[in-house]
Design a protein around this ligand. Sequence first.
Ligand SMILES: [Mn+2]
Length: 434
Amino acid sequence: MTPFRFIHTADLHLDSKFAGMKGLSESVRQHLRESTFSALRHLMTLAVAEQVDFILISGDIYDAADSSLRAHLSLQAAFEELGTHGIHVYIIHGNHDPLDGPRLQIQNAEHVHVFGAEVESYIARRRGDQQEVAVISGISYPTSKVTENTAMKFLRDPDSSLFHIAIHHANVDGDPAHETYSPCTRKELEASGYDYWALGHIHQRRVIQEYPHIVYAGNIQGRSVKETGPKGCYVVEVLEDASLHMTFHELDSVRWFREEISIEGIHNEDEWIIRVEDHVDTIRRLRPGQMSIVRWIITGRSSLHRALEGGHIADELEQELRRREIERAENGHFGGLVWTESISLQSGIEIDRADMMREDSFLGEMMRLESQAEQDGEFGNELIETAMTQLMSNREIRRMISESSEQERQEWLYRAGELGAVLLLERAADGGRK
Ligand SMILES: [Mn+2]
Protein backbone atom coordinates (compact mmCIF):
# COMPACT_ATOMS: atom_id res chain seq x y z
CA MET A 1 0.00 0.00 0.00
CA THR A 2 1.27 3.48 -0.83
CA PRO A 3 1.81 5.32 2.47
CA PHE A 4 0.02 8.64 2.97
CA ARG A 5 -1.18 10.91 5.76
CA PHE A 6 -4.26 12.95 6.45
CA ILE A 7 -5.99 15.03 9.10
CA HIS A 8 -9.35 14.00 10.49
CA THR A 9 -11.20 16.90 12.05
CA ALA A 10 -14.86 17.64 12.82
CA ASP A 11 -17.31 20.03 14.43
CA LEU A 12 -15.41 23.27 13.89
CA HIS A 13 -18.57 25.23 14.86
CA LEU A 14 -17.02 28.39 13.46
CA ASP A 15 -18.22 31.63 15.04
CA SER A 16 -19.81 30.00 18.07
CA LYS A 17 -21.40 32.77 20.13
CA PHE A 18 -20.87 31.41 23.68
CA ALA A 19 -24.21 33.04 24.44
CA GLY A 20 -24.77 31.39 27.83
CA MET A 21 -21.72 32.98 29.48
CA LYS A 22 -22.41 35.43 32.28
CA GLY A 23 -20.50 38.43 33.56
CA LEU A 24 -18.08 38.75 30.64
CA SER A 25 -16.61 42.13 29.84
CA GLU A 26 -16.61 43.16 26.19
CA SER A 27 -12.90 42.39 25.76
CA VAL A 28 -13.13 38.94 27.36
CA ARG A 29 -16.22 38.15 25.29
CA GLN A 30 -14.38 39.24 22.14
CA HIS A 31 -11.45 37.01 23.01
CA LEU A 32 -13.74 34.06 23.58
CA ARG A 33 -15.54 34.71 20.30
CA GLU A 34 -12.14 34.54 18.57
CA SER A 35 -11.45 31.04 19.85
CA THR A 36 -13.09 29.01 17.08
CA PHE A 37 -11.21 31.10 14.51
CA SER A 38 -7.91 30.65 16.34
CA ALA A 39 -8.48 26.90 16.38
CA LEU A 40 -9.05 27.00 12.61
CA ARG A 41 -5.74 28.85 12.16
CA HIS A 42 -3.98 26.26 14.31
CA LEU A 43 -5.50 23.56 12.13
CA MET A 44 -4.11 25.16 8.97
CA THR A 45 -0.65 25.60 10.49
CA LEU A 46 -0.67 21.96 11.54
CA ALA A 47 -1.75 20.72 8.10
CA VAL A 48 1.11 22.57 6.44
CA ALA A 49 3.71 21.59 9.07
CA GLU A 50 2.67 17.93 9.00
CA GLN A 51 2.61 17.93 5.20
CA VAL A 52 -0.61 15.98 5.08
CA ASP A 53 -2.03 14.90 1.74
CA PHE A 54 -5.58 15.93 2.59
CA ILE A 55 -7.97 17.01 5.35
CA LEU A 56 -11.34 15.47 6.18
CA ILE A 57 -13.94 17.67 7.91
CA SER A 58 -16.79 15.59 9.29
CA GLY A 59 -19.57 18.17 9.46
CA ASP A 60 -20.76 21.12 11.59
CA ILE A 61 -18.19 23.42 10.07
CA TYR A 62 -20.40 26.39 10.88
CA ASP A 63 -22.12 26.77 14.21
CA ALA A 64 -25.31 28.09 12.66
CA ALA A 65 -27.14 27.35 9.44
CA ASP A 66 -27.01 31.07 8.57
CA SER A 67 -23.24 31.17 9.05
CA SER A 68 -21.73 34.60 9.52
CA LEU A 69 -19.87 36.28 6.70
CA ARG A 70 -16.77 36.22 8.87
CA ALA A 71 -16.96 32.44 9.34
CA HIS A 72 -17.43 32.01 5.62
CA LEU A 73 -14.53 34.28 4.65
CA SER A 74 -12.17 32.72 7.22
CA LEU A 75 -12.91 29.31 5.84
CA GLN A 76 -12.40 30.45 2.24
CA ALA A 77 -9.04 32.01 3.15
CA ALA A 78 -8.00 28.84 5.00
CA PHE A 79 -8.90 26.67 2.03
CA GLU A 80 -7.06 28.94 -0.38
CA GLU A 81 -3.96 28.58 1.76
CA LEU A 82 -4.30 24.80 1.72
CA GLY A 83 -4.59 25.00 -2.06
CA THR A 84 -1.24 26.73 -2.37
CA HIS A 85 0.28 23.75 -0.54
CA GLY A 86 -1.56 21.23 -2.69
CA ILE A 87 -3.60 19.94 0.26
CA HIS A 88 -7.09 18.75 -0.66
CA VAL A 89 -10.14 19.19 1.60
CA TYR A 90 -13.11 16.82 1.85
CA ILE A 91 -16.14 18.27 3.58
CA ILE A 92 -19.56 17.13 4.68
CA HIS A 93 -22.22 19.29 6.27
CA GLY A 94 -23.93 18.26 9.50
CA ASN A 95 -27.02 19.17 11.50
CA HIS A 96 -25.70 22.63 12.34
CA ASP A 97 -24.94 23.61 8.75
CA PRO A 98 -27.19 21.49 6.50
CA LEU A 99 -27.32 21.90 2.73
CA ASP A 100 -30.72 23.64 2.81
CA GLY A 101 -29.48 26.37 5.16
CA PRO A 102 -29.24 29.99 4.01
CA ARG A 103 -25.46 30.02 4.45
CA LEU A 104 -23.06 31.01 1.68
CA GLN A 105 -21.83 28.20 -0.54
CA ILE A 106 -18.27 27.00 -0.07
CA GLN A 107 -16.64 27.54 -3.43
CA ASN A 108 -15.94 24.24 -5.12
CA ALA A 109 -12.30 24.84 -6.00
CA GLU A 110 -10.31 22.04 -7.59
CA HIS A 111 -8.90 20.97 -4.23
CA VAL A 112 -12.11 21.51 -2.20
CA HIS A 113 -14.70 18.73 -2.32
CA VAL A 114 -18.09 19.28 -0.71
CA PHE A 115 -20.29 16.20 -0.55
CA GLY A 116 -23.97 16.38 -1.49
CA ALA A 117 -27.10 14.80 -0.04
CA GLU A 118 -26.35 11.36 -1.50
CA VAL A 119 -23.18 9.34 -0.95
CA GLU A 120 -20.48 10.38 -3.42
CA SER A 121 -16.91 9.13 -3.75
CA TYR A 122 -13.63 10.71 -4.80
CA ILE A 123 -10.23 9.23 -5.39
CA ALA A 124 -7.62 10.97 -3.25
CA ARG A 125 -4.03 11.27 -4.41
CA ARG A 126 -0.75 11.72 -2.64
CA ARG A 127 0.52 15.28 -2.81
CA GLY A 128 3.95 14.85 -4.37
CA ASP A 129 3.72 12.09 -6.96
CA GLN A 130 -0.06 12.17 -7.47
CA GLN A 131 -0.37 8.46 -6.81
CA GLU A 132 -3.89 7.26 -6.04
CA VAL A 133 -4.05 6.35 -2.35
CA ALA A 134 -7.62 6.32 -1.11
CA VAL A 135 -11.30 6.32 -1.98
CA ILE A 136 -13.16 8.91 0.09
CA SER A 137 -16.93 8.65 0.40
CA GLY A 138 -19.21 11.05 2.20
CA ILE A 139 -22.73 12.39 2.56
CA SER A 140 -24.01 15.76 3.80
CA TYR A 141 -27.17 16.51 5.77
CA PRO A 142 -29.79 17.85 3.32
CA THR A 143 -31.74 19.27 6.30
CA SER A 144 -30.94 19.73 9.96
CA LYS A 145 -32.76 16.60 11.08
CA VAL A 146 -31.64 13.32 9.55
CA THR A 147 -33.28 10.45 11.41
CA GLU A 148 -32.59 7.76 8.82
CA ASN A 149 -29.59 5.40 9.08
CA THR A 150 -27.62 6.84 6.17
CA ALA A 151 -24.53 4.75 7.01
CA MET A 152 -26.24 1.92 5.15
CA LYS A 153 -25.85 3.94 1.93
CA PHE A 154 -22.05 3.66 2.04
CA LEU A 155 -21.12 0.77 -0.26
CA ARG A 156 -17.48 -0.14 -0.63
CA ASP A 157 -16.26 -1.02 -4.11
CA PRO A 158 -15.25 -4.69 -3.67
CA ASP A 159 -12.83 -4.58 -6.60
CA SER A 160 -10.75 -1.65 -5.38
CA SER A 161 -7.63 -2.31 -3.33
CA LEU A 162 -7.30 1.32 -2.24
CA PHE A 163 -7.77 2.42 1.39
CA HIS A 164 -11.45 3.27 1.92
CA ILE A 165 -12.54 6.22 4.02
CA ALA A 166 -16.13 7.15 4.93
CA ILE A 167 -16.89 10.66 6.24
CA HIS A 168 -20.07 10.70 8.26
CA HIS A 169 -21.89 12.94 10.78
CA ALA A 170 -23.67 10.40 12.91
CA ASN A 171 -24.61 9.12 16.33
CA VAL A 172 -23.09 5.66 16.72
CA ASP A 173 -24.81 3.34 19.20
CA GLY A 174 -27.23 6.05 20.36
CA ASP A 175 -25.12 8.34 22.54
CA PRO A 176 -27.87 9.90 24.70
CA ALA A 177 -25.91 13.11 25.22
CA HIS A 178 -26.35 14.06 21.55
CA GLU A 179 -29.28 14.18 19.17
CA THR A 180 -29.75 10.78 17.56
CA TYR A 181 -29.23 11.94 14.00
CA SER A 182 -28.08 9.39 11.41
CA PRO A 183 -28.34 6.65 14.00
CA CYS A 184 -26.19 3.62 13.28
CA THR A 185 -24.31 0.94 15.16
CA ARG A 186 -20.64 0.16 15.55
CA LYS A 187 -21.32 -3.31 14.17
CA GLU A 188 -22.82 -1.90 10.96
CA LEU A 189 -19.80 0.35 10.40
CA GLU A 190 -17.44 -2.51 11.15
CA ALA A 191 -19.17 -4.73 8.60
CA SER A 192 -19.21 -2.06 5.89
CA GLY A 193 -15.78 -2.90 4.49
CA TYR A 194 -14.49 0.66 4.99
CA ASP A 195 -11.04 1.03 6.55
CA TYR A 196 -11.61 4.32 8.38
CA TRP A 197 -14.88 5.92 9.49
CA ALA A 198 -14.14 9.62 9.98
CA LEU A 199 -17.00 10.62 12.25
CA GLY A 200 -18.36 13.93 13.45
CA HIS A 201 -21.30 14.98 15.71
CA ILE A 202 -20.16 13.70 19.13
CA HIS A 203 -17.84 16.40 20.47
CA GLN A 204 -15.87 14.08 22.73
CA ARG A 205 -13.06 12.51 20.70
CA ARG A 206 -12.99 8.75 20.81
CA VAL A 207 -11.44 5.88 18.91
CA ILE A 208 -14.38 3.48 19.04
CA GLN A 209 -12.35 0.71 17.51
CA GLU A 210 -9.33 -0.07 15.35
CA TYR A 211 -9.04 -2.08 12.12
CA PRO A 212 -11.35 -0.99 10.80
CA HIS A 213 -10.97 2.36 12.52
CA ILE A 214 -14.15 4.05 13.74
CA VAL A 215 -13.18 7.44 15.08
CA TYR A 216 -14.76 10.60 16.46
CA ALA A 217 -12.25 13.42 16.17
CA GLY A 218 -14.22 15.59 18.61
CA ASN A 219 -14.51 19.35 18.17
CA ILE A 220 -11.48 21.63 17.84
CA GLN A 221 -12.58 24.17 20.44
CA GLY A 222 -14.61 23.47 23.59
CA ARG A 223 -17.85 25.44 23.66
CA SER A 224 -19.17 24.95 27.17
CA VAL A 225 -18.28 23.49 30.54
CA LYS A 226 -19.67 20.21 29.23
CA GLU A 227 -16.68 20.10 26.85
CA THR A 228 -13.65 20.09 29.12
CA GLY A 229 -10.05 19.18 28.35
CA PRO A 230 -7.85 19.47 25.27
CA LYS A 231 -9.62 19.73 21.91
CA GLY A 232 -8.07 19.16 18.51
CA CYS A 233 -7.74 16.73 15.64
CA TYR A 234 -6.02 13.53 14.56
CA VAL A 235 -3.14 13.23 12.15
CA VAL A 236 -3.48 9.77 10.65
CA GLU A 237 -0.62 8.03 8.88
CA VAL A 238 -1.36 5.01 6.75
CA LEU A 239 1.83 2.96 6.46
CA GLU A 240 3.02 0.61 3.76
CA ASP A 241 1.79 -2.49 5.59
CA ALA A 242 -1.68 -0.85 5.90
CA SER A 243 -1.22 -0.24 9.61
CA LEU A 244 -2.36 3.10 11.01
CA HIS A 245 -0.57 5.52 13.24
CA MET A 246 -2.74 8.20 14.86
CA THR A 247 -1.57 11.27 16.73
CA PHE A 248 -3.82 13.72 18.55
CA HIS A 249 -2.91 17.41 18.22
CA GLU A 250 -4.35 20.15 20.43
CA LEU A 251 -5.85 23.08 18.53
CA ASP A 252 -7.95 24.93 21.12
CA SER A 253 -7.06 28.38 22.34
CA VAL A 254 -9.54 28.51 25.23
CA ARG A 255 -9.85 25.46 27.47
CA TRP A 256 -12.66 24.42 29.81
CA PHE A 257 -12.15 22.86 33.20
CA ARG A 258 -14.28 21.42 36.00
CA GLU A 259 -12.16 21.66 39.12
CA GLU A 260 -13.11 20.23 42.48
CA ILE A 261 -12.16 22.09 45.65
CA SER A 262 -12.89 20.39 48.94
CA ILE A 263 -13.88 22.31 52.07
CA GLU A 264 -12.72 19.37 54.18
CA GLY A 265 -10.71 20.73 57.11
CA ILE A 266 -11.61 24.36 56.35
CA HIS A 267 -13.67 26.19 58.94
CA ASN A 268 -13.54 29.85 58.05
CA GLU A 269 -14.24 31.92 54.98
CA ASP A 270 -10.80 33.49 54.64
CA GLU A 271 -9.12 30.12 54.50
CA TRP A 272 -11.58 29.02 51.87
CA ILE A 273 -10.98 32.10 49.71
CA ILE A 274 -7.23 31.45 49.84
CA ARG A 275 -7.78 27.85 48.80
CA VAL A 276 -9.84 28.92 45.79
CA GLU A 277 -7.29 31.58 44.84
CA ASP A 278 -4.53 28.95 45.01
CA HIS A 279 -6.48 26.82 42.55
CA VAL A 280 -6.85 29.80 40.22
CA ASP A 281 -3.07 30.27 40.26
CA THR A 282 -2.49 26.58 39.59
CA ILE A 283 -4.61 26.73 36.43
CA ARG A 284 -2.87 29.95 35.41
CA ARG A 285 0.53 28.28 35.68
CA LEU A 286 -0.77 25.27 33.77
CA ARG A 287 -1.92 27.38 30.82
CA PRO A 288 0.28 30.49 30.78
CA GLY A 289 -0.28 31.27 27.12
CA GLN A 290 -4.02 30.61 26.83
CA MET A 291 -7.32 31.46 28.40
CA SER A 292 -8.96 28.93 30.69
CA ILE A 293 -12.58 28.80 31.81
CA VAL A 294 -13.34 27.00 35.02
CA ARG A 295 -16.37 25.75 36.90
CA TRP A 296 -15.26 25.40 40.50
CA ILE A 297 -17.06 22.57 42.19
CA ILE A 298 -17.03 22.90 45.94
CA THR A 299 -17.16 19.50 47.59
CA GLY A 300 -16.50 17.89 50.97
CA ARG A 301 -18.03 18.39 54.39
CA SER A 302 -17.19 20.87 57.11
CA SER A 303 -18.73 23.53 59.31
CA LEU A 304 -18.00 26.05 56.55
CA HIS A 305 -20.83 24.63 54.47
CA ARG A 306 -23.57 26.51 56.39
CA ALA A 307 -21.85 29.83 55.73
CA LEU A 308 -21.46 29.03 52.04
CA GLU A 309 -25.02 27.79 51.67
CA GLY A 310 -26.61 30.58 53.65
CA GLY A 311 -24.61 33.63 52.64
CA HIS A 312 -23.40 35.54 49.62
CA ILE A 313 -19.75 34.71 49.97
CA ALA A 314 -19.57 32.34 47.00
CA ASP A 315 -21.36 34.87 44.77
CA GLU A 316 -19.10 37.66 45.95
CA LEU A 317 -15.96 35.63 45.40
CA GLU A 318 -17.19 34.66 41.94
CA GLN A 319 -17.57 38.34 41.07
CA GLU A 320 -14.25 39.30 42.57
CA LEU A 321 -12.41 36.57 40.65
CA ARG A 322 -14.06 37.74 37.43
CA ARG A 323 -13.26 41.38 38.17
CA ARG A 324 -9.55 40.54 38.49
CA GLU A 325 -9.51 38.71 35.17
CA ILE A 326 -11.37 41.55 33.46
CA GLU A 327 -8.61 43.84 34.71
CA ARG A 328 -5.97 41.54 33.25
CA ALA A 329 -7.84 41.55 29.96
CA GLU A 330 -8.10 45.35 29.96
CA ASN A 331 -4.31 45.38 30.25
CA GLY A 332 -4.10 43.07 27.25
CA HIS A 333 -3.12 39.93 29.16
CA PHE A 334 -5.23 37.18 27.67
CA GLY A 335 -2.55 34.55 28.11
CA GLY A 336 -3.06 32.88 31.47
CA LEU A 337 -6.52 34.36 31.89
CA VAL A 338 -8.56 32.16 34.25
CA TRP A 339 -12.24 32.92 33.89
CA THR A 340 -14.62 31.67 36.56
CA GLU A 341 -17.66 30.28 34.76
CA SER A 342 -19.34 29.63 38.09
CA ILE A 343 -18.84 28.33 41.59
CA SER A 344 -21.03 25.30 42.10
CA LEU A 345 -21.76 24.35 45.70
CA GLN A 346 -21.86 20.62 46.18
CA SER A 347 -20.45 20.58 49.67
CA GLY A 348 -22.31 19.45 52.76
CA ILE A 349 -22.70 19.95 56.48
CA GLU A 350 -20.72 17.91 58.95
CA ILE A 351 -23.04 15.01 59.33
CA ASP A 352 -22.70 11.32 58.99
CA ARG A 353 -25.06 10.63 56.13
CA ALA A 354 -25.05 6.90 56.78
CA ASP A 355 -26.10 7.50 60.40
CA MET A 356 -28.79 9.92 59.39
CA MET A 357 -30.19 7.57 56.79
CA ARG A 358 -30.85 5.00 59.48
CA GLU A 359 -32.70 7.54 61.60
CA ASP A 360 -36.43 7.08 62.05
CA SER A 361 -37.28 10.70 61.37
CA PHE A 362 -38.45 13.02 58.62
CA LEU A 363 -34.81 13.86 57.86
CA GLY A 364 -33.88 10.18 57.72
CA GLU A 365 -36.77 9.53 55.35
CA MET A 366 -35.70 12.44 53.13
CA MET A 367 -32.11 11.18 52.99
CA ARG A 368 -33.30 7.70 52.05
CA LEU A 369 -35.44 9.10 49.24
CA GLU A 370 -32.53 11.16 47.93
CA SER A 371 -30.17 8.23 48.02
CA GLN A 372 -32.69 6.04 46.20
CA ALA A 373 -33.07 8.76 43.56
CA GLU A 374 -29.30 8.91 43.12
CA GLN A 375 -29.16 5.21 42.37
CA ASP A 376 -32.30 4.95 40.27
CA GLY A 377 -32.37 7.64 37.57
CA GLU A 378 -36.01 7.01 36.66
CA PHE A 379 -37.15 7.36 40.25
CA GLY A 380 -35.04 10.53 40.50
CA ASN A 381 -36.71 12.02 37.44
CA GLU A 382 -40.15 11.22 38.87
CA LEU A 383 -39.21 12.83 42.16
CA ILE A 384 -38.05 15.98 40.40
CA GLU A 385 -41.18 16.07 38.26
CA THR A 386 -43.45 15.81 41.29
CA ALA A 387 -41.48 18.42 43.18
CA MET A 388 -41.58 20.82 40.25
CA THR A 389 -45.25 20.43 39.26
CA GLN A 390 -46.12 23.92 40.47
CA LEU A 391 -43.13 25.50 38.78
CA MET A 392 -43.81 23.75 35.47
CA SER A 393 -46.43 26.36 34.54
CA ASN A 394 -43.46 28.67 33.97
CA ARG A 395 -42.18 28.29 30.41
CA GLU A 396 -38.60 29.24 31.23
CA ILE A 397 -38.37 26.66 34.03
CA ARG A 398 -39.90 24.01 31.77
CA ARG A 399 -37.23 24.74 29.19
CA MET A 400 -34.43 24.54 31.78
CA ILE A 401 -35.67 21.19 33.01
CA SER A 402 -36.08 19.71 29.55
CA GLU A 403 -32.57 20.81 28.57
CA SER A 404 -30.91 19.66 31.79
CA SER A 405 -28.52 16.74 31.77
CA GLU A 406 -28.72 13.68 33.98
CA GLN A 407 -25.72 15.01 35.90
CA GLU A 408 -27.33 18.41 36.48
CA ARG A 409 -30.51 16.80 37.81
CA GLN A 410 -28.40 14.68 40.16
CA GLU A 411 -26.68 17.83 41.38
CA TRP A 412 -30.04 19.53 42.05
CA LEU A 413 -31.21 16.58 44.07
CA TYR A 414 -28.02 16.51 46.08
CA ARG A 415 -28.21 20.25 46.76
CA ALA A 416 -31.86 19.98 47.73
CA GLY A 417 -31.01 17.17 50.15
CA GLU A 418 -28.18 19.14 51.77
CA LEU A 419 -30.26 22.30 52.00
CA GLY A 420 -33.11 20.32 53.53
CA ALA A 421 -30.75 18.77 56.05
CA VAL A 422 -29.40 22.20 57.09
CA LEU A 423 -32.89 23.62 57.55
CA LEU A 424 -34.25 20.61 59.43
CA LEU A 425 -31.25 20.40 61.74
CA GLU A 426 -31.49 24.14 62.48
CA ARG A 427 -35.17 23.72 63.38
CA ALA A 428 -34.35 20.80 65.56
CA ALA A 429 -31.66 22.84 67.31
CA ASP A 430 -34.04 25.81 67.74
CA GLY A 431 -36.91 24.02 69.35
CA GLY A 432 -37.57 20.49 68.45
CA ARG A 433 -35.13 19.00 70.86
CA LYS A 434 -35.73 21.34 73.78
MN1 LIG B 1 -21.38 19.45 16.32
